[in-house]
Write a protein that binds this ligand. Structure first.
Ligand code: NAP
Length: 306
């Protein structure tokens, strides 16, 4: 059996603990060899509080997976690439587009893999929806992405700070699916952002794209959480993705979907990219977010407290 690849996980917080640690633990390809976090640790795994120290002390760790929020991530990613490590970025891949282009160039210069991950693209029904829409013309589509920020980002003030993206942080997951399944690209035509009076980033967003696509993101949804996308094509095909893309109904019939979950699929893809000497840096979901920030009308929403 091939030796497992050693990976260091950086930013031991909610998503590292909920998804990355279990996905690495159950993978035949990967070994969690170190963590880097100012306070977070994982039981039984050597812990560092400083990235430079880890990169010097553990030369045998060839891959670094960055799970910290987008604003501080660039310096970590650049340090890892300069130190000759392959790098995996949580979504959104950075605070700005330009910094991710810079990382892409650094990775190319270093001959290392850079993987800007989009976990929602790995949801079990996404490829089924993509196949159902392939070769067709989408006439209209609608996204409802409505979740409770207090449940998914408890006390994470960074989501409301500049660069945190607010409701566009989960919304970019919807856009990562949209840009994957649509047979032809669309662009933003208009948007409305509602930002709490005491915060910097939006808590609700309404968008209208070309091609008859509309989207509604809401971060104050209580009870059942809604992550759905529906498309109708000119030949009458209807495609309904629900549960964040993990279920797909085509013309009223539930479709069989893949078995592998989102994060195990991301780590499987990372090992494939490294083995084949490739990178995967698709910024199309983030281009839409950037356009929304550029074009949107702003409205004030009631102040938000946790
Ligand atoms: P988080 O728990 O707030 O942050 C992760 C960890 O990053 C923190 O525990 C902290 O660890 C470290 N960190 C935070 N700010 C830092 C800073 N300024 N400098 C250095 N380290 C810092 O966030 P999260 O929910 O895991 O989200 C992290 C990323 O995963 C985001 O890009 C998010 O979009 C994505 N994501 C989140 C979810 C979710 O449901 N929450 C789902 C999918 C993807 P230390 O204090 O120990 O350094």
């Amino acid at each position: 059996m091939a030796e497992k690849m050693k990976v260091a996980l950086v930013g031991i917080g909610k998503i590292a603990v909920d998804q990355h640690v279990p996905s690495i633990a159950t993978s035949g390809d990967w070994e969690l060899a170190a963590t880097v976090s100012r306070s977070g640790t994982v039981n039984g795994v050597p812990a560092f509080t400083d990235i430079e120290t880890m990169l010097i002390d553990r030369p045998e760790i060839g891959v670094v997976s960055l799970c910290l929020p987008p604003v501080p991530r660039f310096e970590y990613a650049a340090a890892c690439l300069r130190a000759g490590r392959h790098v995996m970025l949580e979504k959104p891949p950075g605070a700005t587009l330009a910094e991710v282009y810079a990382l892409d160039a650094l990775a190319r210069d270093a001959g290392k893999t850079l993987f800007a991950t989009w976990h929602s693209r790995m949801a079990k029904g996404v490829q089924v929806a993509k196949s159902a829409l392939a070769g067709k013309k989408v006439e209209r589509g609608h996204i409802d992405w409505k979740e409770n920020v207090r449940q998914w980002h408890p006390d994470q003030d960074w989501v409301f700070d500049p660069g945190g993206m607010g409701v566009l942080d989960p919304g970019i997951n919807a856009l990562s699916i949209l840009t994957e399944v649509l047979p032809a690209p669309v662009h933003l035509r208009s948007a409305v952002l509602r930002t709490p009076a005491n915060r910097q980033t939006p808590i609700c967003a309404e968008m209208m794209f070309s091609g008859g696509i509309t989207a509604s993101f809401d971060w104050l949804k209580k009870g059942t959480q809604t992550w759905e996308q529906r498309f109708t094509t000119t030949d009458g095909t209807s495609v309904h993705l629900l549960d964040g893309g993990n279920r797909c109904i085509v013309d009223g019939t539930e479709q069989p979907v893949t078995e592998l979950g989102e994060y195990p699929a991301l780590y499987a893809q990372m090992s494939h990219l490294i083995r084949t000497g490739k990178s995967d840096v698709d910024l199309s979901p983030m281009v839409h977010v950037s356009d929304i920030m550029t074009l949107a009308r702003r409205k004030e929403a009631p102040a938000f407290e946790w």
